[in-house]
Design a protein around this ligand. Structure first.
Ligand SMILES: [Ca+2]
Length: 308
């Protein structure tokens, strides 16, 4: 089991290429009316809003986004709706992505048929690499056509992200953190191993903090938390409120992200969750402060990872 964790970890660290912060897109058109769950919610950059439609006559449902300039999309991300746990049948399984520069002539950049990789979980982003003949061409407009959902005719997605750059994870070294230096000390959240974890239950030390060193000034755009190896047996140790800051001298810190009452992390072992920093700057040191855990004062995470 331990061996397997390490192999998986290495595989992801070495071979998976991840995209940067998404391209800023604006909404052009889409199926459905305006309003609270209208198609424009698909690119308002807020996970708390979603596009949700059940209007079979309009199928395939369509979204057109404007990338602002001609660009090639190396990856795109579909983010599930906030209540997909309860309504997993709303995930799309068959769709097509096309690019255009005049909104009249469209070139297919990707097609997915009966693809069930979107998780039955709320607010999860799953990324896809376009593989059709036109995938490398540059376009300004991108159209998504959704032909079929996992069950029924209702679709929901909270965001569609487009990415134009590919990146690799940033190796970050442990600097300091709350708790002991022992077997479950803070350093274990940055040792690259999923079967070691940072586990702390010392209320007097809250908020729990950990500082990581990217080695040099690095514009981090995304961070990831991996839950502990026994979170299923010992639930409620996941963080729900935290803050991320960047610094170059470990004295002046700039807040880059704040999450309050975020219950995305589930009580499952070694699950990875991705978060995009709300602000980006080039910093050497990144600090995470954990202000509240799911139920009480015990925190555990097996890894905290940085991506630029
Ligand atoms: Ca670890």
């Amino acid at each position: 089991m331990r061996h397997l964790s390490f192999i998986l970890m290495s595989f992801f660290a070495m071979s998976e290429a991840f995209a940067q912060a998404p391209i800023k897109t604006t909404f052009v058109s889409g199926s459905g009316r305006g309003g609270q769950e209208g198609p424009a919610m698909i690119c308002d950059d807020q996970l708390s809003t979603k596009w949700c439609i059940d209007f079979p006559r309009l199928m395939p449902y369509e979204i057109v986004l404007d990338a602002g300039q001609q660009t090639s999309v190396v990856e795109y991300g579909l983010v599930t709706g906030d209540d997909t746990n309860a309504y997993p049948e709303r995930n799309p399984v068959t769709w097509k992505v096309s690019g255009s520069n005049d909104k009249e002539t469209w070139t297919t950049i990707d097609e997915q048929k009966n693809n069930r990789s979107l998780p039955a979980e709320g607010l999860q982003e799953h990324r896809f690499k376009p593989t059709a003949a036109g995938a490398k061409d540059k376009f300004r407009y991108f159209r998504f056509e959704f032909f079929r959902m996992a069950g029924g005719t209702r679709i929901q997605l909270s965001e569609i992200y487009l990415y134009d750059k590919v990146q690799m994870p940033v190796k970050a070294n442990f600097v300091s953190g709350s708790g002991s230096n022992g077997k479950e000390g803070a350093a274990k959240a940055a040792d690259g191993w999923l079967f070691t974890k940072w586990c702390i239950d010392e209320p007097s030390q809250m908020p729990y903090a950990i500082t990581l060193d990217a080695g040099q000034q690095t514009p981090i755009t995304e961070y990831r938390f991996v839950t502990g190896d026994d979170t299923h047996s010992y639930p409620d140790r996941n963080p729900v409120s935290w803050k991320v800051s960047g610094s170059n001298d470990q004295q002046n810190w700039t807040t880059l992200d704040e999450q309050k009452g975020n219950s995305r992390l589930r009580d499952e072992n070694e699950q990875e969750y991705r978060f995009r920093l709300k602000a980006t700057g080039s910093y050497r040191y990144y600090r995470f402060e954990f202000l509240r855990m799911a139920d009480g004062t015990r925190l555990q995470l097996s890894e905290i990872k940085l991506y630029k």
